[in-house]
Design a protein around this ligand. Sequence first.
Ligand code: KIV
Ligand code: ZN
Length: 497
Amino acid sequence: MDDKVIIFDTTLRDGEQVPGCQLNTIEKIQVAQALEALGVDVIEAGFPISSPGDFNSVVEISKAISNPIICALTRAVKKDIEVAAEALQYAKRKRIHTGIGTSPMHIQFKIKTTPEEIIKRAADAVKYAKKFVDDVEFYAEDAGRSENEYLARVIEAVIKAGATVVNIPDTTGYCLPEEYGSKIKYLLNNVPNIDKAIISTHCHNDLGMATANTMMGIINGARQVEVTINGIGERAGNTSLEEIVMIIKSHHDLKVRTDINTKLIYSTSRLVSTLMNMPVQANKAIVGRNAFAHSSGIHQDGVLKKRENYEIIDPVEVGIKESSIILTARSGRAALNHRLELLGFKMGKEELDEIYHRFLQMADKKKDIKDEDIRILAGVVFQGEKSMKLDMLQVTCGKSLMPVATVGLKINGELHYATATGNGPIDASFTAVRQLISKTVHLEEFLIQAITKGSDDLGKVHIQVEYDGKLFYGFSANTDIITASVEAFIDALAKIQ
Ligand code: KIV
Ligand code: ZN
């Protein structure tokens, strides 16, 4: 049986420290519930002494979550530990995560004390936390730049004091993978009581090595990893959960496993991105928009022949319906024919040659070739106007008011109106639109993003709807996010027609 690697998620603590990513308690509970469904083992819910909001979130997450351990962060300070214990009072399974800096830099310039005093304060903090909970994790802050021999002495002392997990953070993201792996190995081989605790990794991505370092930690014996969804976190971020989980899943040779339900990775990633207002970079491994998109002709041809030619992960495994073939000037005939078939056109060789020739001319001028363009190329008469357009939208909403929306839609040139209520202005508007179309569509994704941070900013809305097993994408931007949302919805619906 493969060894289990414990997934410790710190999206709500290290991730949430990022400026602009702050969540309110209800949103934090939403994320915590998504993490529970995903199958994480530990949720670091916050740093209770840092603010009343953080304290309250740890209390409410403790009440709302059943399976994962709820963890609260503290410094090696009695008051922090008392407050964390109080915040965790409703948790079914609880952990206090306490610690102190162990690098020469932190000891001399941050804490301004001696190495011996650090060992004493570390052990005292663990002993004190043990009075409140059985499960105490110790972090040696800046362990990445700490001397291994000294670090081993600190770790031995905290395990003796009762630590069940010892966290070796590369706080500044400085270590090379080899160096970080050797550090974990050194501790396993040189801390006499190490068998009484689990070694945890906690890597930052300042030099882009967080995932590599975490993997070297696992390879050298760490059995807990501290990670965040989409790799969000201080500065360049933390190790991303989805990367570690999918590396482990793809490499059976490592002989380790996790309990993550990988099919929920994509939806959890979108939820965190939306709530935290942190767009995911297009080329982000596993969850980026382009992670399963193929644009060069050779790759497209290969993927269409057999997906595994250019993909090591089946997108379905991470909750993405299918790979996408992006039509560009570098696409070949196979990709164009594939798209034509999806749009319902069957072409003979000569017809395809002719369309391909015209397609290349168009692709040279236009970066983004849409299905509408392909239809034109295929000889379908372009209707100039979209088949469905928002003509008017009137919404009433506010505190203590039932949201009501009236929508005027121009469908094939004819105006139709509908009015509906909903649990919010967007829900009411979408319900009114649904009344005017004859199809049953499911909303698969709904992402609102502000372009900058001002309240007068443009809101961008991306929507994906599912109809008859296929996904249709809609987009709009407007200073009024309700209008943008309805326009994006209609943009997607118009594509179905
Ligand atoms: O990066 C770090 O060292 C941390 C600790 C507080 C665990 O986040
Ligand atoms: Zn950190």
